[in-house]
Ligand binder design. Structure first.
Ligand code: GLA
Ligand code: ZN
Length: 656
């Protein structure tokens, strides 16, 4: 397990490079990420490349045995390029070009930009081909499926649509353009749906524009990665991704890349509301699930965040260490901290690194140094991974469509997934978050919340899974839309009706109001947000409404289908329901449950097939004690233990 830092040599006086490298090596830093935004230093003028300074930096780090992650600097074209070709800049929703001189404002679909991005990448890849210190390449930075409104994007979108639908008539039909006289009679009438709030736009058009922008991002990554591969066939290539407003389809984004890397900034403030989801574990599991293998963290919380907003509180004692170890617990193999030293110049000077502006090592630095030591003890976990019997399915298209058309107050797609994730996590289970199209045969339980937009391959996958004996959980807002993001003339959950063995006769989007349900053992639960009123076909009721005008109507059902079982949760509950439900499912499926874990305690297991290593993380502000069924050896403290005692944000790792 390796700890690294993000380092920007171009922002520091040369005299600091060696001193920094020396201190990093002494501290136990194994990896450094370089060159991410340094295009203007690497190509100060057109076709005039200067790698000498980067060579010097790399040779300093190599001297100290520190490995290099090299980035294409393509996020930040130099100003000479913007000046020569103003059309390479992204155009905002107001139709105006974004102001240059900041970052990331290039349109990655613009041919001129692409040529220059390919050229600088080629020069770099050729120059650093086979360099023994370069262990990975990062493409660009935090790529977004940005809804650019430049002419190139608009024209390409039109062509992309015609290519997909063959004719204007087919587009009109698929989009239902007879609404509000929206019928196109010529391709020139097609506009990206960005000019007004998206609620006023045709949802089919919105969905297609999202698919288009996501594809552009994927194409860009393919173009740049293929250049690196041409010169560095053994390169391990990634791009650092994150959760943002315009997320590309992660599964497609990483298709051609070697591994996933993630920018991980867990919240410093733990919410007081016990219903508010506090754990960052879900995001880490989603990142691991993209390629269904271990991943890296390319940027990790190191200090107070700020610059884009007023500064956040500083990470509390143990958070820098605990959150990095939490990433390892969920399948990270390398965690790179953003950043070594806080910038003293530029817009980002209040987003803190490990070292403050003063450059005087402080509390956070010493905790980080301790983390480096612990990470080297965890080297024994190399080649281990998480194996899970439970999967939660994440659909990028459902996520987009539900964001585009919010269903009811308080209803967010990610939250629907997190309710289940938190419930299984409460019992110390490993949980995979994976694509609805992946092979599900390894799972005993699959939960697919709100599969809102129909995708034939995913639907067939779920039928196959249940037919072969799997236990599936579907929820409200499933099967609502066809692939064009239009509603389906059929009772819900349409394509899943047979699996579910029940159908929705009416629904009530109650938002923040509350209702009650009662399960077959008489347990009452509060529900909110959404209430499907169900009619049973072949299914049985698992819980029914205990209140209001749908009193006694089924709210949660279970149906035997071929060799498997499908549950349907027609409403949204508070955590007590999900915990009981998860416990029952785990028991039925023979998945071991750790009982009595206090709130916030997360337990995951990594294995190499022979040894198992259990991670205990206390993601809370209270001390906690966890009894072990037998004495186990702690890798962190190098001693046997029969109980685990954890401070707030503390972690222990034991061999089972
Ligand atoms: C993102 C970027 C970094 C940096 C941090 C902090 O994660 O990738 O370059 O800007 O935010 O602001
Ligand atoms: Zn564009």
């Amino acid at each position: 397990m390796k700890i690294g830092v993000d380092y920007y040599p171009e922002q520091w006086d040369r005299s600091l490079w060696s001193k920094d490298a020396e201190l990093m090596a002494k501290t136990g830093v194994k990896t450094v990420r370089l060159a991410e935004f340094a295009w203007s230093r690497l190509e100060p003028n057109e076709d005039e490349y200067d790698f000498s300074w980067l060579d010097e930096v790399i040779s300093i780090f190599s001297h100290y045995g520190i490995e290099i992650i090299l980035c294409t600097p393509t996020n930040c074209p130099p100003l000479w390029l913007y000046e020569k070709y103003p059309e390479i800049v992204q155009v905002g929703v107001d139709g105006k070009p974004l102001q240059i001189g900041i970052r990331g404002h290039r349109c990655i679909n613009n041919q001129i930009f692409l040529e220059y991005a390919m050229k600088i990448t080629e020069e770099m890849a050729r120059h650093y081909a086979d360099h023994p210190s370069v262990v990975a390449w990062q493409i660009d930075n935090e790529l977004e499926a940005y809804p650019c409104c430049c002419e190139a994007c608009r024209d390409d979108f039109r062509i992309w649509l015609i290519d997909k639908y063959d004719s204007i008539e087919n587009i009109n039909k698929a989009f239902g353009n007879s609404v509000w006289s929206g019928e196109y009679s010529s391709i020139t009438q097609i506009q990206p749906p960005t000019a007004y709030p998206s609620a006023w736009q045709n949802p089919s058009l919105c969905m297609e524009f999202y698919r288009f922008t996501s594809e552009i991002t994927v194409k860009y990554v393919k173009i740049i990665s293929s250049i690196i591969r041409r010169y560095c066939p053994k390169a391990k290539i990634t791009t650092n991704t994150w959760f943002c407003e315009h997320m590309p389809d992660f599964y497609k984004l990483f298709d051609e890349l070697d591994f996933v890397s993630y920018d991980n900034y867990p919240p410093v403030k733990i919410p007081e509301d016990p219903e508010a989801f506090y754990s960052h574990a879900f995001h880490l599991d989603l990142m691991r699930g993209i390629k269904e293998k271990n991943f890296w963290v390319m940027e990790q919380l190191s200090g107070p965040t700020g610059s884009w907003a007023p500064m956040s509180a500083s990470p509390k004692p143990n958070m820098i260490m605990g959150y990095a170890l939490q990433a390892f617990a969920h399948g990270a193999d390398t965690v790179v901290h953003f950043r070594w030293r806080t910038a003293v110049t530029g817009a980002e000077m209040h987003w803190h690194g490990i070292l403050d502006h003063s450059n005087v090592p402080g509390r956070r630095f010493f905790e980080f140094a301790e983390l480096c030591k612990i990470a080297s003890k965890l080297e024994i976990l190399k080649d281990t991974q998480l194996i899970s019997g439970i999967a939660i399915l994440y659909s990028p298209e459902a996520e987009y469509a539900l964001k585009n058309q919010p269903q009811t107050e308080g209803y967010y797609y990610f939250e629907q997934l997190k309710y289940f994730h938190a419930a299984f996590a409460k019992y110390g289970a490993n949980i995979d978050v994976v694509s609805p199209e992946t092979d599900l045969s390894q799972y005993k339980i699959v939960v697919a919340p709100a599969l809102y937009v129909n995708n034939k391959a995913a639907t067939e996958n779920l039928y196959r899974y249940v037919m072969n004996g799997g236990t599936l959980v579907l929820t409200n807002r499933s099967g609502v839309k066809d692939k064009n993001n239009n509603c389906i003339i059929d009772s819900l959950p349409t394509v899943f009706k047979e699996l579910v063995g029940a159908e929705v006769t009416e629904y009530d989007p109650i938002g923040n109001s509350e209702q009650k349900i009662v399960d077959f053992s008489g347990n009452e639960f509060v529900c909110r947000e959404w209430c499907d009123i169900l009619k049973l076909n072949t299914a049985k009721a698992y819980a029914q409404y205990a209140d209001g005008y749908y009193l006694c109507c089924p709210a949660v059902t279970v149906n035997e289908y071929c060799k498997g079982l499908t549950y349907y949760v027609g409403t949204v509950c508070k955590s007590d329901f999900y915990e009981k439900f998860a416990s029952r499912l785990m028991k039925q499926n023979g998945i071991p449950r750790l009982r009595g874990l206090s709130k916030g305690v997360e337990v995951t297991t990594r294995t190499n097939g022979i040894d198992e290593y259990i991670f205990f993380f206390n993601n809370s502000e209270q001390n906690t004690v966890i009894g072990l069924p037998k004495p186990m050896y702690s890798i962190i403290d190098s001693m046997g233990k029969d109980k685990i005692e954890l401070k707030p944000f503390g972690m222990d790792v034991v061999r089972k």
